[in-house]
Write a protein that binds this ligand. Structure first.
Ligand code: AMP
Length: 287
């Protein structure tokens, strides 16, 4: 195990990380866990802050999980900034980083995967077949490697948080799942490692995803309840901003992926669109 600063340690093997976490727990400490793919930003760091506030120790994993990327997706160019990530984590008071190799997580003879259910079918699941199978598998594996007491996930990946919560319930996992709010840039764009793909012009354009979610909010506030009509207005706003590659604009009942035609209760508006080389997702709850 290597030591980056007087505080932050880096583990690369399952044995190291598991032994270190268990030793802290045996000494009566609670351990929080923040799984990430690295290229850290304030969104990730807000999860670290939440863990620090609720647990005695925080472990962050940095692993670009190959099994959640489709064949034509951005796995190869996904930003990898381990050294800078560790500096940010050390500054934030993080205790331990787990940065395994691909072979540590998926040895060549690895063959077992989690079969996800209904909450993984629509939205991201439809556009990215196999994505949540990969996510659920790596999260379950990471939970075995890092036997923490609580794990922290971001609301930005709304459907992912549902799939993970469902898996934790269905598999009786002895870990508490905590979902934390989305952290945004000053113009509302949700922070994302993939924002690094945007050119300055595209970066300006990308803020319109949030503007379209705010438009949904204001239409709702003025009494509109028909989600098809709200969706049409959002598409118009995005088209005017030059965003025409929209994977979906969906309205689902809070805490589910069940579609909503007419808003009567808390409803999540979820959006996925391509801006330049980046595929961006965001969501906002109305009602
Ligand atoms: P990723 O590295 O993109 O796999 O994200 C790791 C964790 O950080 C996931 O639980 C994400 O939902 C969460 N996350 C990513 N971006 C944000 C954000 N802008 N605000 C809050 N959480 C985020």
């Amino acid at each position: 195990m290597s030591q980056i600063t007087s505080k932050l340690q880096i583990a690369t093997t399952t044995d190291e990380v598991r032994r270190t976490v268990r030793a802290a727990q045996a000494a009566g400490e609670t351990v929080g866990f923040v799984p990430t793919m690295g290229a850290l930003h304030e969104g990730h760091l807000s999860l670290v802050d939440a863990s620090e506030a609720q647990c005695d120790r925080t472990v962050v994993s940095i692993f670009v999980n190959p099994t959640q990327f489709g064949p034509n997706e951005d796995r190869d160019r996904y930003p990898r900034t381990l050294e800078k990530d560790c500096e940010m984590l050390a500054d934030r008071g993080c205790w331990l980083v787990f940065a395994p190799t691909d072979a540590e997580v998926y040895p060549p003879d690895h063959e077992t995967f989690v079969e996800v259910g209904k909450s993984a079918e629509p939205l991201e699941g439809q556009i990215r077949p196999g994505h949540f199978r990969g996510v659920a598998t790596v999260v379950l594996k990471l939970f075995q490697m890092v036997p923490a007491d609580r794990a922290f996930f971001g609301r930005k990946d709304y459907q992912q948080s549902l799939v993970v919560q469902k898996m934790a319930t269905d598999f009786n996992l002895p870990i508490e799942i905590v979902v934390c709010p989305t952290i945004r840039e000053s113009d509302g764009l949700a922070m994302s490692s993939r924002n690094a793909y945007l050119t300055p012009t595209e970066r300006q354009q990308a803020a319109n995803l949030w503007k379209s979610l705010m438009l949904a909010e204001s239409l709702y506030q003025s009494g509109e309840r028909n989600t098809e009509i709200i969706s049409e207005h959002m598409r118009e706003l995005l088209a005017q901003a030059g965003i025409d590659q929209i994977d979906y604009i969906a309205f689902v009942a809070e805490g589910t992926v069940d579609p909503v035609d007419h808003i009567t209760g808390r409803t999540v508006v979820a959006i996925a669109a391509r801006v330049g080389q980046a595929r961006l997702i965001d969501n906002h709850t109305i009602g």
